[in-house]
Design a protein around this ligand. Sequence first.
Ligand code: MF3
Ligand code: CO
Length: 252
Amino acid sequence: MSMCKTPAELEKMRRSGLAVHRILQAVAAGVQPGASTWDLETLAEAAIRREQAVSAFRGYRGYPCVLCASVNDEIVHGIPSRKKLLREGDVVSLDCGVLLDGYYGDSALTVPVGDPARLPPPVQRLLAATRSALAAGIESARVGNFLGDISFAVQRKVEEEGFSVVREFVGHGIGTHLHEEPQVPNYGQPGAGRRLREGMVLCIEPMVNQGSAQVRLLDDGWTAVTADGACSAHFEHTVAITRDGPWVLSQA
Ligand code: MF3
Ligand code: CO
């Protein structure tokens, strides 16, 4: 099966991407001290319904929720919980995927809880570095480049800033399935891997640790946390490779 989408398919994927964008904005607006990650799940569920979309996550390999909400040392796949309360100075990664009109969209961002100025400066730098690593990856998502160019651009930015790339989880192709070929690692060599073609749609999603890259899985079987307990950040966009350059489908 070809990994390349037609222009008509890209228009549909744009609608899924924009839906995910608006859903995440609605969830991010509910991030405040005292809220639980279950409150965020409730906001996500309502927003998905408003978009007349279907969750891509709930039921995926048995995942129980529509949102992943990963706080501080949680890297990805945090399961929303009524017992998990957000506090000023925390950061929370919000990851959401939907299915709309046969096509998937998937995006994530990491936001401060409360006043951003009250985040510890190293955590502010972690968020900025992860955001710019995603931007560098997107900038490399061009016809004629190689998959490894994206991976390398992400890794270089992360390591330049003194942080570490998580290797256990990777980005992915996306389309009529949430996860399609190819895998998109956040580390690699320029010029390596397959060539990027017009119509490919990739989820680029750096997961970046403040300290060591080592990961531990919690007993819930889902939540991935840093082995050293330090903070982690995650940003993700659904990106189409077009003749005119990268098209970030999950961005307004
Ligand atoms: N954005 C993540 C991914 O693309 C989220 C998957 S969570 C799951 O893999 F619940 F769907 F597994
Ligand atoms: Co993804």
